[in-house]
Design a protein. Structure first.
Length: 573
């Protein structure tokens, strides 16, 4: 049948489960946005800027599976590129639709606004090639096939793709196939799959202390249930990387804890590093995931399973897809009769203190541990929030969202908008620092505009605590202007009911947490905390990072210089 190009693109977006399109209108995407407006099953969510739109799409995809955002050529694309790059780093499938100048303008190199005025229409595409796994510039001749090609690649690699849609062709009708888009992973050659599975079964049968080490790609590619089955069938203990919080049931008797290289708890370190058959699933040994490369994993004992690759004790086996491999392995592997004793994490100890006690990080997270519920969506901003939440045992069905690898501050507030729209029926809780909040605060306006009802905890510790821990404890560059944060919801003029609180003591915190359970509406809680107070894990990590970034000698010189400047500033008062 014949269908307008923009309508066909919308059809395909809906077929992969997208119901909301994030973005900012601009003169080169307005014709396409008219088609979105006319579609009863697709809602445009106007954001305050393109960067926030990309963050929101990221949060939406982490709940929904896929997301889409629309920008206008040049200025809009480059404003969004940081959020798109973060989605690439963290395996988040996102469809970026750029409304570009009319096709004849592009083809003739005519000089128009929102460009470098040099007639070059390849530079933006070249930028996007670095942060997307597929790109296309649609024409009436290629649109039907190119839209499908790019969306399939988004599915297969679980990363962003880039589509350029010229303003003058969105309403051009083309012949299309309206059957649902076929989305499947590349099939593994049967003989190769059989051979590899037989080899792994043999290895596991001989292993005395097998273990699983699981990273976030296990969730991205949907194999966590298969891993649970393998762990239970073969009595294999498992640990998660700190970049894969709560993707596996942390209440399982076979869960030993979080592996963070040399910073791991001793029993976790022993289970993982002393295993004679360690199977890593999607593991990436980054600085944040390995306590700055302090992991001790012997290649001779390590089997690495990637989404589309396998390495057995140092030998690469190409052409393997993770889901098919684990499904066949579960069918054929022999159950292990002698389950190993597994050491589990100790439960959080409740701390009883006077109600007038000033709030601290330790008291805060001790209270929050008992506040979180099954099915919650919990979002932790990089810094003290993510560091503390990574150490808490979360309810098994809770979803945890963070951006530990790309680590762009301010990400979580717009991501909250996306996750709220993807799952409005779930209680959603954001923990964000004051410095990060100031970067993307505008998107609270969009949350209020759509009548959404999150719980937002704003950790006000007077600036960039994570940076203070690394360098410049009292330096001016780590300071920010203190706002009246609890008054901000009123500034955005929401018509829906909301609650706003300021918390300085443990008694006030307890009262707020009790009240929140009965409230129906947005809740904003400003938590006043000391500037240098942080979870112990973050304090240790910051010191290691400082020496890694600057070197021992550089660290000592910079520390002395910083202290001298601070003393000079103090003596001037």
């Amino acid at each position: 049948m014949f269908m307008e190009i923009g309508e066909f693109l919308n059809l395909r977006l809906k077929q992969i489960g997208i119901q909301h399109l994030f973005g900012v209108p601009g003169d080169f995407n307005l014709s396409y946005l008219e088609q979105v407006e006319a579609d009863a099953q697709l809602e445009f969510i106007g954001n305050c800027n393109e960067l926030n739109a990309a963050y929101a799409a990221d949060g939406y995809a982490r709940i929904n599976g896929f997301a889409a955002l629309a920008t206008t050529y040049g200025v809009g694309d480059l404003s969004a590129i940081n959020g798109i790059a973060g989605a690439y780093a963290e395996n988040v499938p996102m469809v970026h639709i750029s409304g570009i100048p009319p096709l004849h303008v592009v083809q003739k190199g005519i000089l128009v606004h929102h460009t470098l005025v040099d007639g070059n229409y390849d530079n933006i595409m070249n930028c996007m090639k670095e942060f997307t796994v597929a790109q296309t510039r649609l024409t009436p001749a290629n649109a039907a096939s190119e839209i499908d090609r790019v969306l399939r690649q988004c599915f297969i690699e679980r990363r962003p793709v880039h589509i350029q849609l010229a303003s003058d062709i969105t309403h051009v009708k083309i012949e299309v196939d309206t059957r649902p888009l076929e989305l499947r992973y590349p099939a593994v050659e049967p003989d190769l799959l059989r051979s590899v599975v037989d080899q792994l079964c043999c290895i596991l049968a001989k292993a005395k202390s097998p273990a699983l080490l699981i990273d976030n790609e296990a969730a991205v590619f949907g194999v966590t249930a298969l891993l649970h089955d393998l762990s239970n069938k073969c009595s294999i203990p498992f640990a998660s990387m700190n970049t894969a919080k709560n993707i596996m049931d942390e209440g399982s008797p076979r869960y030993v804890g979080t592996y963070v290289g040399g910073a791991s708890q001793p029993h976790v370190k022993n289970v993982i590093e002393q295993s004679d058959c360690l199977i890593g699933i999607g593991v990436r040994f980054t600085d944040v995931g390995s306590a700055v490369f302090t992991h001790q994993i012997a290649t001779k004992n390590y089997i690495e399973i990637k989404p589309y690759g396998l390495n057995i004790f140092g030998q690469d086996v190409p052409g393997i897809e993770i889901g098919q491999l684990l499904a066949e392995l579960n069918k054929k592997v022999a159950p292990r009769k002698a389950p190993q004793p597994v050491l589990t994490q100790q439960p959080v100890q409740r701390i009883e203190v006077p109600e007038q006690q000033k709030l601290s990080q330790e008291l805060l997270w001790n209270a929050i541990a008992g506040f979180l519920k099954e099915h919650d969506v919990i979002i932790g901003e990089v810094g003290t929030s993510n560091s503390a939440l990574s150490g808490l045992k979360l309810p098994a069905s809770a979803k945890y969202i963070a951006q530990p690898l790309w680590g762009s501050i301010g990400y979580t507030l717009p991501a909250l908008l996306g996750s709220l729209l993807a799952a409005p029926e779930r209680r959603q809780i954001l923990f964000i620092g004051d410095g990060s909040f100031q970067l993307t605060v505008q998107e609270l306006s969009t949350i209020i505009r759509h009548g959404l009802k999150p719980i937002i905890f704003l950790l006000n510790n007077g600036g960039y605590t994570i940076e203070r821990l690394i360098m410049g404890e009292n330096a001016a560059y780590n300071d920010i202007q203190n706002w009246n944060y609890a008054e901000i919801p009123a500034v955005f003029n929401g018509s829906k009911a909301y609650q706003s609180h300021v918390v300085e003591t443990i008694g006030q915190l307890k009262q707020v947490l009790e009240n929140v359970q009965q409230q129906d509406g947005l809740t904003f809680v400003e938590l006043k905390l000391p500037a240098m107070d942080a979870p112990m894990s973050l304090k240790k990590f910051a010191n290691v990072i400082a020496r890694f970034d600057y070197g021992d000698r550089g660290y000592d010189i910079l520390t002395q210089r910083s202290q001298a400047i601070e003393c000079k500033n103090a003596s001037s008062f």
